[in-house]
Design a protein around this ligand. Structure first.
Ligand code: NAD
Ligand code: GLY
Length: 377
């Protein structure tokens, strides 16, 4: 099992340890109970999950929790339930179970469950411990790490929330084998992102192993074994990169913004298409291509590197063209992005594979040109 540490300063109030481990293994879910027991972290646990994930993995997790009192609450599936009403139901369940400061939450599921359960943990009794057990690729490489918790508001996604770090992130990559192909691909956009922003060797590893990175590889026993080994490396490497960035800039004052590579245009595309035509990773993939083309126009990135980014996204089945969206409308939608700070839109652009810079004041003309070259009209 790989172990990655997210190094954080102890809490100023009381000096409480806040650094935590990310454990990445294959078929390891049933071992979590013993690990938690040994840590003596809690007297009782509320598992927060959704019906699909509970069905697939609830029993496996619970069978390891033999000696700790636990109960499970299911939240309906889907982004539209990531709201204050659902959070309120979680508080009801915690109160009904007489949860106290020695109680703990386990978030078992994708990013929606992780964000919701983390938010409930951050706010119930001013904060109780929680463990992230992410079961989608997106949650394993991104959402479960770094302590961003929260819920949506009718006016804006993730508007309400707080930075509140988990006590442990426990990842069993075998859970990826039941993901629909589209869910696997959406996480792959974040994986490719890590290679571009931080690690050229990791990018090369992805290029060399792209044939493992699809649900077909899970179908036969020998390809499954090989694919899981590759996934263990990929998830651990991605977690390492995210952990390093979070450790240096926990509350996104500067460096953590590089995690938004591809997300500025990606969010604009999601907003414009009303979160319907593209899921998050698909929109981010197109956003990464457009950002790479912006970098090319700024003479920061060479043509070959742009092509390598396009090729890798293509190989893992992600769209690299925006399918005729209006470039003007995408530019308009950029104006309302959360990354607008003091009136300036910040773009994360690559200088080479493995290194990005943050730029503002990029002329609209260049953004439009890059969008036109990325399939916009
Ligand atoms: P999701 O949580 O909606 O999960 C997608 C679907 O997959 C769900 O219907 C779920 O039931 C199903 N599922 C989960 N695990 C499964 C498995 N192993 N097998 C089969 N089905 C499974 O989607 P997501 O992409 O994981 O997360 C998206 C959310 O994450 C968004 O709300 C986004 O805002 C948030 N997010 C948060 C952060 C952060 O830093 N906190 C970062 C990125 C994204
Ligand atoms: N998903 C971006 C971040 O955690 O900062």
């Amino acid at each position: 099992m790989a172990r990655i540490k997210v190094e954080l300063p102890a809490s100023p109030a009381g000096g409480k340890e806040r650094s935590y481990d990310i454990l990445v293994g294959i078929d390891s879910l049933a071992d979590l109970g013993e690990i938690i027991e040994k840590l003596s972290w809690c007297q009782d646990i509320l598992i927060i999950t959704d019906p699909q994930v509970n069905n697939l993995y609830g029993d496996k997790l619970r069978c390891g929790l033999k000696n700790i009192k636990n109960s499970t609450i299911e939240v309906p599936r889907g982004e539209r339930y990531k709201n204050l009403q659902t959070a309120s139901k979680l508080y009801d369940a915690l109160a009904k179970n007489s949860a106290h400061r020695d109680s703990m939450i386990i978030a078992l599921g994708g990013g929606v469950i992780g964000d919701l359960a983390g938010f409930a943990a951050a706010t119930y009794m001013r904060g109780i411990r929680y463990v992230q057990v992410p079961t989608t690729l997106l949650a394993q490489v991104d959402a479960a790490i770094g302590g961003k918790t929260g819920v949506n508001h009718p006016k804006c996604k993730n508007l309400i929330g707080s930075f509140y770090q988990p006590g442990l992130v426990f990842i069993d990559v075998k859970t990826l084998t039941t993901l629909p192909a589209r869910e696997l691909r959406t996480g792959l956009a974040e994986v490719v992102k890590y290679g571009v922003i931080e690690d050229a060797d990791f990018f090369k590893f992805l290029e060399a192993n792209s044939h493992h990175l699809n649900t077909k590889a899970f179908e036969a026993p020998d390809t499954l074994r090989a694919a899981l080994k590759v996934w263990e490396i990929i998830v651990a490497e991605s977690a390492k990169i995210k952990a390093k960035i979070v450790a240096r800039d926990e509350t996104e004052q500067g460096l953590r913004m590089i995690l938004n590579f591809g997300h500025t245009i990606g969010h604009a595309i999601e907003t414009l298409t009303k979160y319907y035509a593209y899921n998050h990773g698909e929109a981010v993939a197109i956003g990464m291509v457009a950002a790479a083309k912006i970098a090319r126009h700024l003479d920061l990135l060479d043509k070959e590197s742009v092509q390598r980014i396009v090729n890798l996204l293509d190989k893992v089945g992600l769209a690299t063209q925006a399918g005729g969206l209006s470039a003007r409308k995408v530019v308009q939608a950029l104006g309302i992005d959360k990354k607008v700070i003091k009136g300036k839109l910040r773009f994360v652009v690559p200088e080479k594979i493995g290194k990005v810079v943050i730029k503002d004041n990029i002329p609209t003309r260049i953004i439009t040109q890059a969008l036109l070259e990325t399939g916009c009209k």
